[in-house]
Design a binder for this molecule. Structure first.
Ligand code: LMR
Length: 398
């Protein structure tokens, strides 16, 4: 039965890491997968995470099952991080949160949940969006449409095009937004634009679904959830999938959550049974280790301040890398303006290279970037930056 299977093409992001590891070029640089790297090119375990792990190792007395919704304390702590104490309190039992295996597990369960709520729902995704959104969400059987998002000529959000498209939504449709640090473009909505999204959602009646994978990596823990909190307090319903991969550096621990806000506490209670059932029929229960770490950090003032300080350092460094890199590209003589890299947020920006140029960067220079021309700014350092700029000059000038 398995004899006739043909291999699938490599994953557009993960496949790059495999190719990078096999490359023998001593100057190679991996600007592909979205992982933060420090000045030495390492992705260290955060200090607060290490301390929390020690505490867990010394104090954990059981590894008995926790159930499909995971740890209630983790769920409450994550909801407070996303929504803030007072909004979380005022939403009360209209809000339900479940622990998931990473943001990806959350996206998949949320998609199944949406298809149970409305089998005819169309999910509107940004054009462009993260390469794994459609595979993850589409595998639950949902249909897609897209709204224009990034204008490659102005290197900014095509907000007029976005809102015009959202006015074409039908009742029961779901609009997927990136909470902050848009992946792949790095171009975020301004507070005024979030206000317009809120008004459009209220007028059109679509349900907003937010992918929040980078809270704290763009402008700050609070500023990055401006849109999430605005919509959570103003819309009758909201779905947020959050991830602790980047802001806690817990990538491989697969730590995420779905936070759902319904119109009434009763609807939330009903909905939580569907979320739990979707988890049960997929993986039964989420893994515990990462969530136990996050729960401890968020509930301990000492660990929280250690974590917040380190996260601030990471964010500040990424923003500094952005301004240095854009300045160096601007000075390099490439006939383009790269200021947008300085102004965008999070790990990613588009370099603005075409397919041939991307292949040249990979094959001739060992510079690995995603085929959409997405680069991970958080992989740049003082050692590789000159090589990157020189190589990009050689390739982009032709
Ligand atoms: C990325 O976009 O590179 C990351 O979110 C990692 C992944 O799973 O694709």
């Amino acid at each position: 039965m398995f004899q006739s299977l043909k291999p699938l093409p490599p994953d557009p992001i993960l496949g790059l890491s495999v190719a990078f590891n096999q490359d023998t070029n001593p100057n190679k640089v991996d600007l592909g997968i979205g992982v933060y790297k420090d000045e030495d090119g390492n992705t260290p375990v955060m200090k607060a995470v290490k301390q929390a792990e020690e505490t867990i190792l010394n104090s954990q007395s059981t590894k008995a099952y926790l159930g499909p919704m995971g740890s209630p304390d983790y769920n409450d702590a994550v909801a407070k991080l996303i929504l803030g104490e007072s909004l979380n309190r005022s939403l009360g039992e209209r809000r339900v949160t479940i622990q998931t295996p990473g943001g990806c597990g959350g996206l998949r369960i949320a998609a199944e949940f949406i298809s149970k709520a409305n089998t005819n729902s169309t999910i509107w995704v940004s054009d462009p969006t993260w390469a794994n959104h459609k595979p993850l969400i589409g595998s639950a059987g949902l249909k897609f449409n897209s709204y224009p998002y990034y204008d490659y000529t102005t290197n900014s959000v095509n907000f007029e095009g976005m809102v015009d498209a959202l006015k074409e939504t039908s009742d029961g449709d779901v609009v997927l937004l990136h909470g902050c640090c848009h992946n792949p473009s790095g171009a975020d909505l301004s507070p005024e634009q979030w206000q317009t999204i809120k008004a459009t959602a209220l007028a059109q009646g679509f349900t907003v679904f937010i992918d929040l994978a980078y809270q704290g990596m763009g402008s700050g823990l609070e500023a990055d959830v401006y849109g999430v909190r605005l919509l959570a307090e103003s819309l009758p319903e909201l779905l947020v999938v959050s991830s602790c991969s980047k802001n806690f550096g817990l990538y491989r621990e697969r730590t995420g959550a779905i936070t759902l806000i319904c119109e009434t506490a009763n609807a939330s209670a009903n909905a939580s049974t569907l979320l739990a059932s979707a988890a049960r029929s997929n993986y039964s229960m989420p893994p515990d280790h990462g969530a136990a770490i996050v729960q401890l950090i968020l509930n301990s003032p000492t660990l929280y301040s250690i974590w917040e300080e380190e996260l601030t350092g990471i964010r500040d460094r990424i923003n500094l890398l952005r301004s240095n890199f854009s300045a160096k590209l601007n000075e390099s003589g490439i006939q383009r303006n790269f200021d947008f890299i300085k102004n965008e947020k999070g790990m990613f920006s588009f370099l603005g290279a075409n397919t041939d140029q991307i292949q040249k960067l990979i094959n001739d220079y060992g510079i690995y970037i995603v085929n959409s021309s997405r680069i991970n700014v958080a992989s740049i350092n003082n050692t590789n930056v000159e090589y990157l700029v020189d190589s990009m000059k050689a390739v982009l000038s032709n």
